[in-house]
Design a protein around this ligand. Structure first.
Ligand code: GAR
Length: 221
């Protein structure tokens, strides 16, 4: 439910919604001075939809299979969001490629989380690819969304060591713990007016963010 006076978040999901849950918790605890206006899924089967409804949040399914083109689907998303207060759009495991129809509407107010150390491993199966490459570390990146798939400027990145015997699942579970910390943190920067996109660059407190994003440490705030 939207709280008058508070910034409104729109969260887009496709699956279980554990990152969405991190935002629900961050709003409830006051870590985020915002409320979640709407959760949208592109799939009616997404377990996160029920999770959001159980938390008393408005939900909507915009089923991509009902649209002839990506642009028509994106326009339906834009139309749905027009009914809500949306200061920031959070892609939280939203597994559809967005077109300029959506991206230009929310340019500078659109964040994604991607489970790799971008610019490494855009796309799918990131943990498997990191393991197959023999990498010593994996991680996760929050970034602004631009037209380039997983290519918008990184904002905040957390690194996670790969340990002997890791599987894609064991690695994903450890990375996920970091996802739930850094995504609400990056969103709070935006809501506080500390974070902005200008052209192809991201700025925090008016300083250019490095190409890999701010590197998360225990004392990052
Ligand atoms: C998360 O690991 C997120 O980083 C990833 O999907 C998962 C969603 O989990 N996103 C992408 O791969 C986007 N390219 P969740 O539904 O439990 O938040």
């Amino acid at each position: 439910m939207t709280t008058p006076g508070k910034a409104g978040l729109a969260i887009l999901i496709s699956g279980r919604g554990s990152n969405m849950q991190a935002f629900i918790d961050a709003c409830a605890s006051g870590q985020l001075d915002a409320s979640i206006s709407i959760v949208i899924s592109n799939s009616p089967e997404a377990p996160g939809l029920q999770r959001a409804a159980d938390a008393g949040i408005a939900t909507c399914c915009v089923d991509h299979r009902e649209y002839d083109s990506r642009e028509a689907f994106d326009q339906a998303l834009v139309d749905c969001l027009a009914d809500y207060r949306v200061d920031l759009v959070i892609l939280a495991g939203f597994m559809r490629i967005l077109t300029p129809v959506f991206i230009t509407t929310f340019c500078g107010r659109l964040l994604n989380i991607h489970p790799s150390l971008l610019p490494l491993y855009p796309g799918l199966h990131t943990h498997r690819r990191a393991l197959e490459a023999g990498d010593e570390e994996a991680g996760v990146t929050v970034h602004f969304v631009t037209q380039e798939l997983d290519g918008g400027p990184p904002v905040l990145q957390a690194r996670v060591p790969i340990i002997p015997g890791d599987t894609p699942d064991s690695l994903a579970a450890r990375v996920m713990l970091r996802e739930h910390i850094i995504y609400p943190m990056a969103a709070s920067w935006h809501l506080q007016g500390r974070l902005r996109l200008e052209g192809k660059s991201a700025y925090l407190d008016e300083a250019l963010i490095p190409a890999n994003g701010v590197q998360y440490r225990a004392d990052t705030s």
